[in-house]
Write a protein that binds this ligand. Sequence first.
Ligand code: ADP
Ligand code: ZN
Ligand code: ZN
Length: 838
Amino acid sequence: MPAEHRVEVALPVPVFSTFTYSVEDSPPPPGTRVLVPFRRDERIGWVTGPGSGAEDVPRVRPVLDVLEEEPSVPGDMLELARWMGEYYVAPLGIVLRTCLPSALSDSSRDFLTLLGSPDQAGTPRERRLLDALAGAGGTRAVRAFRRALDMGSLWPEIRRLSARGLIRHATLPPRDPPTRSRKVVRVETWLSDLQDRDELFRRSPRQREAYGLLESSGGSMELAHLLDQGGFDRSVVGALEKKGVVAVSEEEVLRDPFRERAPGEPGRHVPTTDQARVLDALKGALSESSPRPALLHGITGSGKTLVYIELLKEVVGRRGGGAIVLVPEISLTPQTVSRFRAEFGDQVAVLHSALSDGERFDAWRQIRRGEKLIAVGARSAVFAPLPRLGAIVVDEEHDGSYKQSESPRYQARDVAVVRAIRTGALCVLGSATPSLESWQNARSGKFQLLSLPHRVGGGALPPVKVVDLKKLWRRGGDPGEGEGRETRQGTRGGSRASGAGKQAGEGILSPELVEGVRDRLRRGEQVILLLNRRGYSNFVQCRECGEVWQCPSCSVSLTFHRTTGRLLCHYCRHEELPPARCIRCGSTELSFKGMGTEQVERVVAETFPGARIARMDVDTTQGKWSHHEILGRVERGEVDILLGTQMIAKGLDFPRVTLVGVVNADVGIHLPDFRASERTFQLLSQVAGRTGRGPLGGEVFVQTSLPDHYAVRAALHHDYEAFAERELGERRNPPYPPHTRLANVVTSSPVLEEAAREAERGAKWIRQAIRRRHRGVEVVGPAPAPIERLHGRWRWHFLLRSASPGTLGALLLAFQEGFNVGGRDVRLVVDRDPVALL
Ligand code: ADP
Ligand code: ZN
Ligand code: ZN
C-alpha cells in the first residue's frame, strides 16, 4: 500500500475551517488547485499545507485530482489571502476564489481530450469512457461527461488514462466564440494569373466571388464574417478548401477591446518642477528595501497621471519589475488606458469588468508568466499575480468603489497597502480629495505626504459661483411642484398627476446657469451638468394625505423613470406602473417630486434647442461599451452638453469643457451616514476639476440650498485642508474613522422579529466577550438599519468601535467562531471598515 499523506484544503464554501484530504503521492505545494469530493458533489479548492491532526481524523477522503503542476496561488498571495480572511472575517477558500479569475474555480471548466484510440482501453470502464469521448468529437467537459455516463467518479480512470497518454486532462479557458477563438479562412495560393482563375472557377461564380473577397481583404478573413459579407453558404468555402486554394483554421485570439483603439502618442511631456520633486521622492523610496507608502495629494489637473507613468518607467523599464495601477471602474475609460498604452504598449494588461471570463483568464496567465508587466484595472486588479511587484498605484484612492460589497468585503486600497508592504513594493495613493483615513495616515507619518499644489501650465482652478436655490425657488416656486403637468403628459403609464403648470426649467436651472450655458454654446465650447440622481422624479406623493410610494420589498421610495414610464426601485429593481390613485385615501391628486437626470435632460433640451446632449447615468450605460461610446462622442466634439450622475465627475480630461454646472449640490448631503459630507465635498471638488483644463479656462456654477454648509463652502474655495480639518473635528465625538476603527454587524431576515432578535443576541454575545477578554471595543446598538428593509429582508445592525484594529479583529474572529445565528433564514454579515452604514 502506498504511503498516504494528508493535506489541508481551503474550499470556497461558507465554512471557516479548512478540510483534510489524503493524497497518495507527495503532497502538492501550498497554493495548488485540487479537485476534492465535498458532500455529494465535488469542488475545486487550494492546498494550504500538510494535513493537521492526521491521526485523529478517522475517515479522510482522497483528493480526486491535482489540477496543476505549478500552484496558481504563489506563496505571497496565499499569505495575503490569509491576512484578508482574518481581517475581513471571511473563509480562506472564498477569499482565494475572489483573488483568482473565475475560470480557475469552476470545475465545469475541466476538459478531457482524446489522444489515443478507444481500442487501447484496459478495463470496460475505461473503454466506455474513451468511446463516449470519441462519440463527443474528442473533447468534453468532465462534469457534463460524468453526468451523461452515470458511472460515479471517473477520476481513477482519468488518472490512469492520462498517465498512459491516451487522454489529456486540462483546464481550458472557457470558450466565448466571438472573442476567444474564431475560425479564419486564409488564402493558400494566390491566384494571380487570370488563366488559373478562369480554369479553376469555370462553373462556380460563387467560389470566384468568395475568393475575390478574401483577396481584397488581404488574404484572410474570419469565416463567419466572410459568409456573412458575401451571403455565401459554408459549402462554397468547403469547395475552395477541396481545391486547395484556401485553408480554414482555428485561431486563438487574445482580444482586448481596448486594443482596437489607437494607443495615442507616447508623452512628450517633460515633468514640471512640481512633478520632478514628487518623482525624486518616489524614486528615492523605490530604492529602499521596505518603502513607506506615499499619499500623493494633487489637485485636479495637476498631472498625477504623468507622475504614475514616470514612476512606472523606472519600475518596469529600468528595474524590470511589475506594477499595478488601480483605478475606479468608472474611470477605466479609453482616455486613462490609452495614456498607459501609449507609453508601455503591449506590456499593459487591462483588467476591466467587460472582459469575458476567458479574456480575464488569458490576461491573468500572461501576467503570471511575466509576459505583461503592468496590470491596469479596477478593485480586483490588486490581486494581479505579478512575479516581481515593484509598485502599486491607487488612483482616486478615496473612491468608494474600492470597497467590495460582498464577502470578502475588502477595501482594495488597504489591501494594496498591505500587499505592497509585505512584498517590499512601493504603494502610491493618489487623489485630489484624499480619504480622511489616508490623510490622517499621512499626518501621522505612516504615509509619506507628497503634493502637487498647482495645475500643470500654471492654469488656475476654475472660479466657482454659488446659486442659492432657496432664492431661486422664491422667485420661481418649488421645483417639485412644477413637475406634475409635464409628468402627466409624458407618462405612458397613465398617471393622473396634476398640478399648476410652470415654465419648463423654472426652479431647476437658474438664470445665471442658463446664461452661462448659452454663452458656451454660442462659442462652440462644451458644458458638463451634474445631478447625482437618476430617473425622472425621485418619488411620488399623494397631495391629500402625504403617502409616498414605496417599494414592496424595500423601505425606499420608488423613482419614476420616464423612458420606461414606470416606477423603479433603485435597490432591488422592482418595477411597477405609476398609480392612478392613492392607495391610502383614494385621491387622484398625486405629485411627482424631486428631479433626476431624465428630467434635467428634458429641461435642458427644451431650454437649449439645437444643443447636442448626452446623458450618462446607470440607465444609459447598460451596454458593455456605452461609457466609452458616450465619452468618445464628447472627446470628438460631437456633444455640447454632457449631463449625468457622479459618473461624469471623475478623471475626465476634456480641455474644451469650459463650464460645469451642479444642478443640485444637496443630493446625498443629508443621508444618515457619517461620510455624507465627505462624499459631497469629493463630488463637488471632482466635478469642478473637470473644467479649466485648457487654454480656454473654465467656470463652475453650484446650485445649492445650503451655501453655508462646510462641505459646500470648502469645495467652492477648492480648500481640501480646510474641509479635512473641519471634518476631522466633526468625527471626534462620537468617534468615527479615522479616529477609530469600525465594524458594522448586520442581521437580516424576511421576519422582522427574527432579524431584531438575532441582532440583540449577537450584541449580547459581543458585550460578554468584551467583558471577558476583548476590552477596548465599544458596542453601539443594536437598532434597525437606516434602510430597514431591502430585497424583502428586514435589517437590524449594531456597530463595533475600537481604537485598536488588532483588538477588534480578535473579537470578530471569536464572534465568527463562537456565535451561531439562530432562526430560520437569518443572515449575519460582518462588514469591517464599512464605506456606508445604510
Ligand atoms: P490629474 O490626474 O492630476 O487631474 P492629469 O494627469 O489628467 O491631471 O493631467 C492634466 C493635464 O495636464 C493632461 O492633459 C496632461 O496631459 C497634462 N500634463 C501633465 N503633465 C504635464 C507636463 N509635465 N507638461 C505638459 N502637460 C502635462
Ligand atoms: Zn392619499
Ligand atoms: Zn426594492
